[in-house]
Design a protein around this ligand. Sequence first.
Ligand code: UN1
Length: 514
Amino acid sequence: MNLKEAKKKVLEGLELQEVNSGVYFGEWMKVQGKDVVESICPADGHVLGSVAQGTEEDYEKVMIAAEDAYKVWSRVPAPRRGEIIREIGSELFKNKELLGLLITLEVGKTVTEGAGEIQEAIDIANFCVGLSRQLYGLTIASERPEHRLMEQWHPLGTIGVITSFNFPAAVWAWNALIAAAVGNVTVWKPSSSALLTAVAVSHIANRVVKRNGLPPIFLLSCGSGRTVGNLLVNDKRAALISFTGSTATGRRVGEQTAARFGKSILELGGNNCAVVTPDADIDLAVKGVAFGAMATAGQRCTSTRRVLIHSSIYDNFVSRLQKVYGSVNIGNPMNPHTVVGPLVDAGAVEDFKSTVAKAQKQGGRILHGGLLFSVEGCKDGCYVSPTMIEMEKQDGIVLEETFAPILYVMKYESIDDAIATHNAVPQGLSSAIFSNNIRETEYFISAAGSDCGIVNVNTSSAGAEIGGAFGGEKETGGGRESGSDSWKYYARRQTVTINYGKDIPLSQGVEFPV
Ligand code: UN1
């Protein structure tokens, strides 16, 4: 299937129009007279379709619909909520190929990664079915006679979900489906670079909700960050803002949300590092580092951006990695043999170029790539070659996250040095160690080791499963999404004290003689 055929198949199969409504408040906003944003395929620069943006008044309709829907949805028993989410999961499954292809076309992921992203959303839906029967609270021994103390978890209300282009469906699912299992409604402000995916996913989810006779719990509010994003972040009605994006924007989101005492989950920049020790299984480590650095063309928050290699294996490991870099297919993401597809847009290509130039200026030596790449039949595509740059020191540009397939290669002498360098960046999302030396792996995952929210042993920094909690420390922002007990971020904890006695004894032995 070529790009043109894929576009036709996806647009027809997912019932997308030439101009789609980007706002849902129980019904879809009319598109006439609205500003539209075009969705451009980064593989060849062609327009896929466009999405009408909401105004401030449309945003208001969304927020009012959300509040009304919450009153109904929060009273639906949680296991019943889980059944609705199960249905959404099976609709996503039915449409997995089409939605995956849409992601390929809209943001340039390879076909296997596009499908993998939808699988991630389906996995979360399945997780939510079980979760909906496990929203457990504790019962705590009371110090007072004939008293019981317990904790329960209530939904928060309306939750704002602001997603980035690189996981345009999965990150929505992490947030919106878990929030829904807990009893919340969500207002989604997707990235302006992945609007069609947001529209298609919202149609699927909302059809399920509607046929079950329920009010709109998955609202959509497309618009620019400056208008809709700002309104949402500063809106007291949004009890929690879950934001995925850059550290610079996330800092503002965090401050503004905190200023109105809103809660936030911030999933911001990563500067993820892999440490390769002398005892590493080299074949496995080469593959793990290559996948981490090149998957999604280096545009994952979890992408491997730095590799620290022990000096005793440095030359061998670097040349093995160079061979892999030299052998991967770069190009049309529709081609099943492609490993590295395009970057998301021309701006990302500019960032790639300027980062490579800055690294060179800082003394970086290009070990592979560093160039733009042209692909036959995809004239206006945003292709760059995956790049390895050897750095003597870790400073300047190496401390920054660039969303591109650039891997900084560095040498280390002792595991203590490696851990110190590993942690000496502002970000703290994901990390990896490749080693068969149990002392070093245990040290790396100990409290004195990696300071990240996610740590991997003998596997890549990228590609986390949904079952674990996802998120990071330091300038990655904090908060956790996805599995484990991340659902608690979408809930308010209520401590309940029940006195079933005939007297009213006071805590801490306090007397109240009346
Ligand atoms: C992101 O880049 O924002 O761990 C999410 C991974 C994916 C999710 C990445 N499961 O790479």
